[in-house]
Ligand binder design. Structure first.
Ligand code: ADP
Length: 606
């Protein structure tokens, strides 16, 4: 309509009126004529005029009925209608307007008024169409952006998978001290990078209203520790004091979305560190009237009262000097506030310019009775028995996965694409199949379909970097037994193997005679004081990596012998957290060990 001449449909049973009006209007508009209601509807549907001038008094279908019909047809419902009437009846006029007419023109016409009213309606139509077009363009651009973000994140996830996976595999090896710290740093940074990548995806998901929350049992202390590891280095680099204080009454496990909770905390803490030049940043965690609170305080720049509310809107930052000095995108607080909402919580802010800020995240404490999966994890990995077929086209990923499977004691046959997978599965019998989805020659989905078609019923696990829930649903619908996303969550991986394959270490344990077990147990208990001494020494020498290794060893062995209390204390020491509580924790452990030694005679293995 911006370029073409607008068209007007004139509807009147009097030919003379039609002629008169069309003579006046022809110069500026295209004209379509109709002599009754039925014709008007037919022509409106077929020719989509920009405006309809509609007589009211017509034989058969009158103007009101015609208007009702036009409004009920989707393709004509938006066409503006002006009634032409010889009546002077305000009530009827009101009814016509209520039914959706835009305007009235009274006979006899004053042609200048008629032209002005028509021009007004046509201008409104033009503007509405321009807005509709703009809205279509914007949503197309937004869709393209979301697709681009999803594709990019997919492409980056794949190599990142290898980096994190290898770091994790190396961590399981015999590395010690500084080397172990370096590998840990690769693993932690890789995971953080992955989280950032996911943030970019989040933004597009939030914008599209597609953000999903996954509630899981979460060990709060471990989550806070991970957050600390991610941010403490940047605080140290700025020579800021960084302290974490955790209330004694904090529940150990809650149901929440750990990724999102961590994301909010890391964001708030990173901001606190970023905008603080000297002094300290603290994280206080506690519970108050069934609400968990995470208070992030800093002694930084502070935020002007007038600007505080705005900062939670996307792309809002402090003044331009702040942006120049500190960088950033202005997205963090907006994403965090929306995520807090999703976790049934909120973020509040108290801040004073020049003094500092305190952001408080409150979320509902959905307590979780069952122990988190993390604690079910056996410290000494159980060995499994089984034959695995693995299809993965990337060399590094194939080797890594093979190694991970072999480290579980499994017999692995690794192939490079779906066709080789088919050939292998038909030639030999396997207990479990893992397959990548995107592979050359034949992809994982096709391979699965063919396997089922030839009657191979072995469970097949989809391995993929696609994490969109629609994709996962599509794999499950296609008949995959499970989905494992890259980077591989080792815990989920181990649980999945345990579900599908027999655990031979459990059988060994069951087969072990009681007196042999008792002897091993008392050996362990009598070695405890020396072990404890070594831990204390590491602490005195401030050798935290040594302390960590010793505590880790104690944690695993104690768990194996069912000394849960000691294992838990060792776990806390292993994460040396919070550091100021270490002396007290060591004392507690000494008491516990003494108690155990005193009761050694009554040890029971049942
Ligand atoms: P970014 O940090 O990427 O700019 P955010 O949405 O996380 O985006 O923060 C928006 C703005 O809020 C920041 O640019 C800064 O001006 C202000 N801000 C956030 N946290 C703090 C803080 N702890 N102290 C002072 N200003 C802050």
């Amino acid at each position: 309509m911006t370029t073409a001449r607008p068209t007007v449909l004139l509807v009147d049973d009097e030919k003379a009126n039609l002629r008169l009006l069309s003579d006046f209007l022809r110069q500026d508009t295209g004209i379509i004529l109709a002599q009754n209601g039925n014709q008007a509807v037919e022509k409106a549907v077929a020719m989509q005029p920009d405006l309809i001038l509609l007589d009211i008094m017509m034989p058969g279908m009158d103007g009101f009925d015609t208007l009702r019909t036009l409004k009920s047809i989707p393709s004509t419902s938006d066409i503006p209608i002006i009634f032409i009437t010889g009546l002077d009846n305000p009530e009827k006029e009101q009814e016509g307007l209520r039914l959706g007419a835009q305007d009235y023109i009274h006979k006899p016409f004053n042609i200048d008024v008629v032209k002005a009213r028509i021009a007004t309606q046509l201008e409104i139509v033009r503007q509405r169409r321009a807005l509709q077009q703009l809205s279509r363009d914007l949503s197309r651009a937004s869709e393209a952006k979301s697709r681009f973000l999803a594709n990019m994140s997919h492409e980056i996830r794949t190599p990142l998978t290898s980096i994190i996976g290898y770091a994790e595999a190396l961590l399981a090896d015999e590395f010690k001290g500084e080397e172990k710290q370096a590998i840990k740093a690769i693993s932690i940074s890789g995971k953080h990078l992955l989280t950032l990548l996911n943030d970019v995806l989040d933004l597009s998901k939030i914008e599209a209203g597609k953000m999903e929350i996954e509630l899981l049992p979460v060990n709060l202390l471990e989550l806070i520790e991970e957050v600390r590891t991610l941010v403490e280095d940047s605080a140290r680099k700025k020579q800021l004091v960084f302290a974490v204080s955790i209330s004694e009454t904090l529940p150990r496990h809650i149901y929440t979305d750990p990724v999102r909770l961590k994301q909010i905390l890391v964001n708030l803490l990173s901001n606190a560190i970023k905008f603080t030049k000297q002094g300290k940043v603290t994280l206080d965690v506690g519970i108050e009237s069934e609400q968990l609170f995470f208070k992030i305080s800093d002694t930084g720049l502070g935020i002007d009262k007038k600007r505080q509310a705005e900062l939670f809107a996307p792309f809002t930052q402090g003044d331009s000097t702040i942006t120049r000095e500190f960088g950033g995108t202005g997205l963090g607080l907006s994403i965090s506030a929306q995520l807090a909402n999703k976790l049934s919580g909120q973020i509040s802010l108290e801040s004073e310019l020049g003094i500092g800020s305190c952001f408080t995240l409150t979320i509902q404490a959905k307590l979780c009775e069952i122990p988190s999966m993390e604690e079910e994890k056996p410290d000494q990995q159980s060995k499994l028995r089984g034959k695995i077929l693995l299809a993965e086209d990337s060399n590094e990923s194939r080797q890594l996965l093979t190694r991970m499977l072999q480290s579980q004691g499994l017999d692995v046959r690794a192939v490079e694409n779906g066709q080789q997978l088919m050939e292998a599965a038909m030639a030999e019998e396997f207990d479990l199949i893992f397959t990548d989805i995107n592979m050359p020659v034949m992809d994982g989905l096709q391979a699965l379909k063919l396997l089922r078609a030839v009657g191979v019923e072995t469970p097949v696990v989809a391995l993929t970097a696609n994490v969109m829930s629609e994709d996962i649903q599509m794999y499950m619908d296609a008949g995959f037994s499970e989905h494992l996303s890259k980077p591989i969550d080792r815990l989920k991986f181990a649980r999945l193997l345990q579900q599908h394959l027999p655990d031979i270490s459990e059988q060994n344990e069951l087969a072990m005679p009681n007196d042999e077990m008792r002897q091993l147990m008392s050996q362990f208990v009598s070695g405890l004081p020396a072990h404890l001494q070594a831990i204390k020494l590491a602490y005195q020498q401030n050798n935290l990596s040594q302390l960590e290794q010793l505590a880790h060893k104690l944690r695993g062995t104690a768990a194996l012998f069912q000394f849960k209390q000691i294992s838990e204390m060792a776990r806390q020491l292993e994460h040396h957290m919070p550091i100021e509580k270490l002396p007290l924790a060591l004392q507690d452990l000494s008491f516990e060990v003494e108690k155990l030694i005193a009761n050694t005679d009554s040890l029971s293995i049942d």
